[in-house]
Design a protein. Structure first.
Length: 67
């Protein structure tokens, strides 16, 4: 009963991760808002509002904000 909705969410999250590109506004699982500066195989570098950059795991990006 709970397997189908969970698999659907996993598939949607995987698609989101694959479609990330430089310049996208994102929110991490920890609630950090930022803009993607660069993407590597397993991590994403995001620039936060203060101008600092952070390197986070690709899987920790939870959603993409619409501009």
């Amino acid at each position: 009963v709970m397997i189908r909705p969970q698999r659907k969410r996993q598939k949607e999250h995987q698609q989101l991760i694959e479609e990330l590109k430089r310049g996208d506004r994102v929110v991490t699982a920890g609630g950090i808002y930022g803009v993607i500066e660069s993407i590597s195989a397993d991590s994403v570098t995001i620039k936060v509002e203060s101008g600092a950059t952070m390197k986070v795991a690709k899987g920790s990006v939870s959603l993409k904000q619409e501009s």
